[in-house]
Design a protein around this ligand. Structure first.
Ligand code: IPD
Ligand code: CA
Ligand code: CA
Length: 286
């Protein structure tokens, strides 16, 4: 291991990254304490699209903490946007002029949270002029904090992350997910799934896109794809993957940007193979 990889990651107080870390940790601990103890379960667009008072409370806490430190920054959080793809696209467009934009998913993996399945996270990203410069994903169940700064690498438990070395899909553990949109996204994801399963070592679908991306960064997965995600599901995780030596594009292979909704993230080596499989199967969502 290179010398720099042994160095623990340190941040100055009140830096953007320090605030993102403290905020994600605080919100995550609170969410964990509410597991099995929420009172209002509401359905958004479909029985697959859930929200609880914990999602809303977490977002409120994150917003307050961030804006206390950086009152002139803009904030885009899932719970401040009407449900559905059209509203998310519009909200992102409206926020696109912001110089500093925080992009937040207060609970990524709400279905898991509701069912007591301990795989969910808090995802906090900061974009500067449309480019993600800080990404933090916190898993309170495993007490794992994944953090990346643009150009400075990505870290978990203070150790630098590196994507895995699989060269072929046949040696790869790959993840995907199933967004609540049952009309279009589900169809694409099912086509992709059917084509991908025979090509890979195995597939996982844990139910938190942000954690799937963090796991690609940490070398626990070789790839992840999903059709129909929103900016807040991915913004932080994409920087984790890039800063760990991996690659993030849309399902056509074009470079990632905040407006991407159909994503492929990988260790780089299996990227083209994943895109090829999805294209051949009609599973790109386009
Ligand atoms: C969901 C999770 C899930 C993914 C869905 C997302 P939410 O986010 O990331 O893994 O498959 O597409 O909507 O609703 O739990 O924040
Ligand atoms: Ca989400
Ligand atoms: Ca969420």
């Amino acid at each position: 291991m290179a010398n720099e990889e042994k160095q623990p990651f340190t941040v100055g107080s009140k830096s953007f990254t320090a605030v993102a870390i403290n905020t994600a940790a605080k919100a995550g601990e609170w969410i964990k304490s509410k597991l099995g103890d929420f009172s209002s379960l509401n359905i958004k667009t479909s029985p697959q699209d859930l929200v609880t008072e914990v999602d809303k409370g977490s977002e409120q806490m994150i917003r307050n903490l961030i804006l206390t430190h950086f009152p002139h920054h803009s904030f885009l959080g899932e719970e401040g946007v009407e449900p559905g793809a059209a509203a998310s696209i519009q909200a992102l467009e409206e926020a696109s002029e912001a110089e500093y934009l925080w992009i937040v998913d207060p609970v990524d993996g709400t279905t898991n949270f509701v069912h007591g399945f301990p795989f969910f996270s808090v995802s906090i990203a900061l974009a500067y002029k449309g480019e993600v410069v800080v990404g933090v994903v916190y898993d309170p169940n495993r007490d794992e904090l994944f953090v990346a700064e643009k150009g400075k690498g990505a870290y978990v438990h203070g150790r630098r992350m590196q994507v895995d070395r699989a060269e072929k899909l046949s040696d790869s553990l790959v993840a995907t997910g199933f967004p609540p949109d049952r009309s279009t996204a589900l169809r694409s994801n099912m086509k992709g799934l059917e084509a991908m399963v025979p090509q890979v070592r195995n597939i996982r679908s844990g139910g938190s896109a942000a954690l799937h991306l963090a796991y690609v960064a940490a070398g626990r997965l070789s790839g992840f794809w999903e059709v129909g995600l929103n900016a807040w599901d991915m913004a932080a995780g994409t920087l984790l993957v890039q800063e760990s030596g991996g690659k993030v594009t849309d399902t056509q292979g074009r470079p990632y940007h905040l407006g991407v909704r159909h994503v492929v993230a990988s260790n780089g080596s299996v990227h083209d193979e994943m895109i090829h499989v999805l294209k051949e199967a009609g599973g790109t969502g386009e």
